[in-house]
Design a protein around this ligand. Sequence first.
Ligand SMILES: Nc1ncnc2c1ncn2[C@@H]1O[C@H](COP(=O)(O)OP(=O)(O)OP(=O)(O)O)[C@@H](O)[C@H]1O
Ligand SMILES: [Mg+2]
Length: 330
Amino acid sequence: MPFCSFGIDLGSTTTVVCRPGRGLVLQEPSLMLIRAGDRRPEPILIGAEAQRLQGRIRNGMAVVRPFRDGAVADLPAARAYLASVLRRITPRPWDRMRPRAALSVPTGSTALEQRALLEVAEEAGFGRVVLVPGPIAGAVGCGLDPMEPRVHLVVDVGGGRSEAVAFCYGDVLTSRSSRIAGEEMTLALRRHLRQRYRLIVDELTAEGAKTAATAPNGPLVLEGRDLESGRPRLVTMSVQEVGEVLSPVCEEIAEALAECLEELPPLAVMDILQDGVLLFGGGALVPALTEVVAAAFAAPVRVAERPLTCVAEGAAACMRWPDLRQAYAV
Ligand SMILES: Nc1ncnc2c1ncn2[C@@H]1O[C@H](COP(=O)(O)OP(=O)(O)OP(=O)(O)O)[C@@H](O)[C@H]1O
Ligand SMILES: [Mg+2]
C-alpha cells in the first residue's frame, strides 16, 4: 500500500493540511489547551475548540501556541500538537503508518529551527518529511510554475510574519521578512479602541472586527469593558474607521518588504512589472494592503483566490513534484 502524504502549513495563526488528490483535510487555529505547568503536555483540546477557551480560563489550564513565526515555540507542546493533528487527519489507522509530509517553513528559517521542526514531526509520527519555503509553496498553490525561466515575486502576509520572495528556476533571488503582520493589525485596532473610545476588548473580539471589516456589512458593533468603570459597554465603529487604523500598519509592511526590489537585476524587475506581485496570507484580505503593496512595489498586485490555504495546497503539490522538491527543498 502506498504511503499516505500531506502538505502542511504550520502557521502562527492557522494550521492548514491538504492531502494530494483529496483537498483540505484540516484548517484550524494553531492553538492547544493544556494543563498549565505540565512538562509533557497532553492536548486536552486543539484548534477551534481550544480557541473558544482563550481568554476564558486562568488557573490550572492554558491555551498555548506550539509554533511561532514558522518555528517550534515549545518542543514538547509542538510534538503533542502535531501528534494530535496527525490523529485528526488520519481517521483510518493504516494511514497513520508514518505518512509522508511536506512542511512549509519561512524562507529565512535557520538550520537549527529546521532541525527542530523535522525532529518534532518525526517524533509526532510522521515518516519522511521535506521542508519547502512557504512563499514558494503558496505560489505553487496559486498555479505558478516556479521552474519557469521567469522571475516571480510573491508577498505572504500572515498572522505573525510577512515575507516577500523573488524566485526563478529553483533559485531564491532575494527575500525580506518582517514581524509586522496580521497580529499587529489586530493590536493597532485594540490600541485605537482603548485610546479613542476608552474601551478594552480582547484579542478575539478585535480580530473578529478586523475580519468583518473586510466584507463590509454596515457598521461594526464591538463589545468590551469600559476603561474607567470596568463595566461592559458597546461601541459602534464604521468599516472606514477600521480601514484608517489598519492603513499605517499595511504601509509599514509594504515598505519593509519592497526593499527586496533593490537587490534584483533589471531583467527580474521587468518580469515582475509585467506579471505583477502575487499576494496571499490572511493579510491579503485587507483591501488597504493591496493598494499599498502595489504602490510600494510599483507593480500590479494579484490577490490569490484562496489566500488562506494556498500554502498547504502548494506543499501538497510539492509531494508529487520531485524536481521542485529538489530545486527548492531546504
Ligand atoms: N478576512 C480577513 N480580513 C483581514 N484579516 C484576516 C482575514 N482573515 C484572516 N485574517 C488575518 O490573517 C492572519 C492569519 O493569516 P494566515 O492564516 O495566512 O497566517 P498564518 O499562516 O497562520 O501565520 P504566519 O504565516 O505568520 O505563520 C490573522 O492575523 C487573521 O486575523
Ligand atoms: Mg502563513
